[in-house]
Design a protein around this ligand. Structure first.
Ligand SMILES: NC(=O)c1ccc[n+]([C@@H]2O[C@H](COP(=O)([O-])OP(=O)(O)OC[C@H]3O[C@@H](n4cnc5c(N)ncnc54)[C@H](OP(=O)(O)O)[C@@H]3O)[C@@H](O)[C@H]2O)c1
Length: 264
């Protein structure tokens, strides 16, 4: 078990990790660095308003940054003194090189990118380890990020943008499909309200079923499409000329291209 764990930034994502860390006893002692920590006063954590409030002789095994990307670079130099710690971050778009630059080339760094579903502990969490991170460090990352959802390692950090295009943006694609289903339902006779409810609960039920059933998603949709049935008739239209497949490939390329523009 970790003796001392530091969480820097305790907003939406910080809180999504902290509560399960506390119930799961992820560490003997958790230090939280947060400028406005009023809502954390009743929690069994030690609060500091800034890095300077952490004791000089503290030697935390891990420091997790859940800060906004806009502020993280100005904060990192204050943590360089914890040279024996594993540094982990969920800040979007900040590359491993950024952390090494501020924390030192020997720093053990792991970055992770969760998606929106982290707030309900069902995110995809893609992770990339810096050159100095060890195998035990990866295990620590898996344990600490597990409250956010399911973790997947990327061998190559450059795939982080591709992962963002697939799983980071992914929830929006499913909502778009559910919205199209709702609008389609309205078109064949339902009120807007009922069509939305049917589409939303179908999305929730399909996700819950996929969580329990180990078959591939291709097998899952094929299993619903009984020969000569209504689902098969609808799928034939949706899969006509692979239009949907090609649209998705183009959408992912557009997301990647935008990611490149944003980071250049
Ligand atoms: N939200 C998502 O769905 C999502 C998904 C993937 C990745 N992420 C990444 O997760 C990170 C955190 O996102 P979030 O949604 O949790 O943001 P957030 O709710 O704004 O949380 C950031 C927290 O950090 C605090 N803070 C600001 N300056 C600080 C400092 N110098 N030291 C310590 N704490 C400080 C903020 O306090 P104040 O509010 O008082 O400034 C706030 O409580 C971001 O980098 C984001 O890219 C978020």
């Amino acid at each position: 078990m970790i003796k001392n764990l530091v969480l820097v930034g305790c907003g939406h994502m910080g809180r999504a990790m902290l509560a399960p860390w506390l119930t799961g006893k992820a560490a003997q002692k958790i230090w939280v660095v947060e400028p406005e920590g009023a809502s954390l006063r009743d929690k069994p954590v030690t609060l500091c308003t800034n890095a300077g409030g952490l004791p000089k002789d503290l030697n935390p095994e891990a420091i997790v940054f859940a800060l906004r990307p806009q502020v993280i670079e100005q904060e990192l130099p204050d943590y360089k003194r914890f040279s024996g710690s594993l540094f982990l971050s969920i800040a979007a778009g900040k590359k491993l090189e950024t952390y090494q630059r501020h924390l030192g080339t020997e720093a053990r760094v792991i970055r992770a990118m969760p998606n929106l579903a982290a707030k309900v502990h069902e995110a995809v969490v893609v992770m990339a380890a810096g050159a100095k991170a060890t195998s035990p460090d990866r295990t620590v990352a898996e344990v600490l990020f597990s409250p956010l959802g399911k973790g997947y390692w990327l061998d190559n950090e450059n795939l982080m943008d591709a992962a963002t295009a697939v799983s980071g943006c992914g929830p929006a694609y499913f909502y778009l499909l559910a919205d199209a289903l709702a609008k389609g339902g309205e078109g064949i006779g339902f009120s807007r309200e009922l069509a939305e409810s049917l589409a939303r609960q179908t999305l929730i039920g399909a996700a819950a079923f996929a969580k329990e059933d180990p078959h591939s998603v291709e097998e899952l949709y094929q299993s619903v499409a009984v020969k000569g049935g209504m689902t098969e008739a609808a799928l034939k239209v949706l899969q006509n000329n692979e239009v949907l497949q090609k649209l998705m490939e183009n959408a992912l390329k557009a997301a990647l291209e935008q990611g490149r523009k944003l980071s250049s």
